[in-house]
Write a protein that binds this ligand. Structure first.
Ligand SMILES: NC(=O)c1ccc[n+]([C@@H]2O[C@H](COP(=O)([O-])OP(=O)(O)OC[C@H]3O[C@@H](n4cnc5c(N)ncnc54)[C@H](O)[C@@H]3O)[C@@H](O)[C@H]2O)c1
Length: 427
């Protein structure tokens, strides 16, 4: 049994209180650390203090309020002296002369904000996803005579299951040296039930990128299969299901494109550092082409029926099922592409609260619509009952459904009278 009094680290500053930083800060506070949560966004700090979080994640509200009420978590806009600093700020991709590059500006400003507080034997952990060798570079920059420790500890939690996975997932800890990795292990072992593996920081950075790249490339393969199956009148879903009966094959699902903060972004950080990343670039480009491929399916149906002044009802703009997160959602590109061709769109997403385009109720969304385009695999869409489908049918002008996720109960929709097209069904 771990004795808290033996811990070398007692106070931790977590920089960046978003999807990753806030659960991590609260988890640490609930495991006996004194935690200062820092975010430059004043509104975010105010909301956390009021218990009015803008992150919808099961159990998070209770965890955060428990941490604050215990006195172990305080949140503010500036860092302060601590034994360890954990950096969880965004690392989006930016484009320079048509080449992808990780935007490290948030990381650099977080590092500058903690620099005045750093003392000998402090530990800095980067959790944000970064290109290989970033941690080493920051370590060299900060190690100006002070004896500091530094590690890279990637986060691999699944939105929607963050609290469960924070505890249960195995963790990789990459130290700039062995002492740093050991010290970081002390922190994570306070709440992680999974195995903890120690390595060097550059390997850990590469591991994180390889995990998401593996998924991106696999999805790209599924998407390419979908396009090919469409050409040769084969149902890709049936074909993948049968191929996956092979004991060593596991093809993922095709879809309208890859979104979110990780899988659609992280592979670019490998492309950025190596000319050898040809397959990875190609997979990224293929996945980015899917929203336009989906729009072509819509245009084909509209043209076939000579529908004038068409209206498409978009079902789902979250980047994946059962979350409210719309970052990098393929829905955005689909909406832009449809509207640029004169198609009007209405959007229904029962999970999303704010979006660049107006959101409507289910009824408003489908009224006088011609096509329902299912983009997100929300549970709510799977569970439409026959009476609900009939109501939708009565409100629509034309009765077409295009399901890019294979989640609707197609037989039921067909029974009601809809024409149902499934992405990659070869029909
Ligand atoms: N969300 C995920 O599921 C997930 C999973 C694995 C890894 N990651 C990685 O973790 C990192 C953080 O992602 P996130 O989803 O938590 O981002 P987020 O946008 O939800 O939160 C980041 C927070 O950092 C704050 N911030 C920005 N600059 C700051 C600064 N200088 N000082 C203090 N606060 C600052 C922002 O205001 C924001 O609240 C990214 O690198 C991401 O790729 C995310």
């Amino acid at each position: 049994m771990e004795n808290k009094d033996n811990r070398r680290i007692k106070k931790i500053c977590v920089i960046g209180l978003g999807y990753i930083g806030l659960p991590t800060a609260s988890m640490l506070a609930n495991h006996g650390y004194y935690v200062v949560g820092v975010d430059v966004d004043r509104e975010r700090i105010r909301r956390i203090k009021n218990g009015n979080l803008n992150i919808k994640e099961p159990g998070l509200k209770t965890l955060v309020s428990g941490a604050i009420n215990s006195g172990n978590l305080k949140v503010k806009t500036t860092p302060e002296n601590a034994d360890a600093y954990i950096v969880c700020v965004p690392t989006p991709v930016k484009w320079e002369n048509n080449s992808p590059k990780c935007n490290l500006s948030y990381i650099y400003s977080a590092i500058e904000s903690i620099k005045p507080y750093l003392r000998d034997r402090n530990l800095i952990i980067i959790e944000s996803t970064v290109p290989p060798k970033t941690t080493e570079r920051i370590y060299r920059y900060l190690n100006d005579g002070r004896k500091i420790y530094m590690a890279y500890c990637p986060e691999r939690v699944l939105p929607g299951k963050i609290l469960k996975e924070l505890v249960e997932n195995d963790r990789i800890i990459g130290g700039v040296n062995k002492e740093s990795a050991e010290l970081a292990r002390e922190i994570y072992s306070s709440f992680v039930d999974g195995n903890i593996y120690l390595t060097d920081s550059t390997t850990a950075e590469m591991v994180k990128l390889m995990e998401n790249t593996y998924r991106d490339v696999n999805i790209a393969l599924a998407n390419e299969f979908a396009k090919i199956c469409e050409e040769i009148n084969v149902n890709v879903w049936e074909a993948i299901d049968l191929a996956n009966k092979h004991p060593r094959v596991n093809i993922l699902n095709p879809g309208p494109g890859v979104g979110g903060h990780c899988i659609s972004v992280d592979p670019w950080f490998i492309v950025e550092i190596s000319k050898n990343a040809k397959l990875i670039r190609c997979a990224r480009e293929l996945n980015n082409s899917m929203p336009y491929y989906v729009c072509d399916l819509v245009f084909k149906e509209l043209k076939r029926r000579e529908i004038e002044n068409p209206k498409v009802a978009i079902f789902g703009v979250a980047y994946k099922g059962n979350v409210e997160d719309t970052r990098e959602s393929p829905g955005k590109n689909i909406i832009e592409c449809l509207t640029s061709k004169g198609v009007s769109v209405s959007i229904y997403d029962p999970y999303v609260k704010t979006f660049e385009y107006p959101l409507e109720s289910l009824k408003e969304c489908v009224t006088k619509g011609d096509v329902i385009l299912v983009i997100t695999d929300h549970e709510d869409f799977k569970n439409f009952k026959e009476e609900e489908i009939r109501e939708i049918y009565d409100l629509m002008r034309n009765k077409i459904v295009i399901d890019t996720r294979n989640i609707l109960k197609h037989d039921l929709w067909r029974k009601v009278g809809f024409y149902v097209k499934l992405l990659g069904d070869g029909k």
